[in-house]
Design a protein around this ligand. Structure first.
Ligand SMILES: Nc1nc2c(ncn2[C@@H]2O[C@H](COP(=O)(O)OP(=O)(O)OP(=O)(O)O)[C@@H](O)[C@H]2O)c(=O)[nH]1
Ligand SMILES: [Mg+2]
Length: 251
């Protein structure tokens, strides 16, 4: 019976993804899913290229698609946090976050959800057996390599793909993590949530994914965002453990 199906909300933060977003939404909605219902929330930062106009039009025709247009504090992190909050409002069983440029292929969604029944967080991983990073840019792969090694040393999190933004969460994880307490505005949000969840003893599992180059459009990653990510990581290292202590003593 339909009413017994579990619900998955896919949250996609976007900035200037006009060329990708419609096809991506179509591909997600066309997945063959017997076990669960799927909805999509696009958290767009009022993209100058009009990404939100496209999503608005789709959302008016299909009630599984929702749009959140943000006008303040632009950023992958701030957008993602608001997207998660919006997702939680509809009480889903699972929430997936993924990029809006096709680097994260929708075909892995059923696999992420399947493992999320047994683990709190399931990560689409380039660095477990069977996973691949097919990013054409050597520089981009090198940056991933540096960030990954730096972060793994700093945080000692038992996860191979620490910077993957393709993940599935049990609803409870996002409810307990206190989204209002996160400090990332940019892409460091991915690491902040990972580290916090790890210290809160949530369980992780990595499923292999083949990460491909963004299909169309331009990257938003630049030297400044990268620097910001590294500085933020040093900040988390200090602030998160004390927050966890406060969390534990209040439970
Ligand atoms: N809401 C919001 N989303 C953003 C912002 N910056 C990036 N994004 C989205 O976050 C996701 C990841 O950003 P990308 O530019 O693809 O970053 P990347 O994957 O590290 O870089 P590429 O190698 O170009 O793919 C994409 O869906 C972007 O549209 C932002 O400021 N606000
Ligand atoms: Mg990308």
């Amino acid at each position: 019976m339909d009413s017994k199906k579990e619900k998955v909300v896919v949250m996609i933060p976007t900035y200037n993804e006009r060329e990708n977003i419609k096809e991506l939404i179509d591909e997600i909605l066309n997945l063959k899913l017997d076990d669960f219902d799927i909805e999509i929330i696009v958290a767009d930062d009022n993209s100058p290229d009009g990404t939100h106009e496209i999503v608005r039009e789709i959302s008016q025709q299909d009630n599984r698609v929702h749009l959140l247009v943000r006008k303040k504090r632009r950023g992958r992190g701030a957008g993602g946090i608001d997207g998660f909050k919006e997702a939680l409002k509809s009480n889903p069983d699972y929430i997936i976050e993924m990029d809006g440029d096709f680097s994260h292929q929708p075909k892995y969604i059923p696999l992420l959800v399947k493992f999320c029944k047994d683990y709190d967080i399931v990560i689409g991983s380039r660095f477990v057996k069977g996973g691949k990073d097919l990013n054409r840019s050597l520089i981009r792969r090198f940056i991933t390599f540096l960030v990954r090694n730096f972060i793994r040393r700093l945080f000692k999190v038992p996860v191979k793909d620490v910077s993957s933004g393709y993940r599935c969460f049990k609803r409870e994880v996002l409810e307990k993590i206190d989204l209002d307490d996160l400090i990332s505005v940019g892409p460091s949000i991915v690491l902040e949530i990972l580290y916090k969840a790890y210290l809160m003893n949530f369980s992780f599992y990595e499923v292999p994914i083949v990460f491909i180059d963004r299909r169309k459009g331009k990257t938003k990653l630049n030297f400044l965002t990268l620097l910001e990510t590294l500085i933020m990581a040093l900040k988390f290292k200090k602030y998160i453990p004390s927050r966890i202590e406060a969390f534990k003593s209040s439970n």
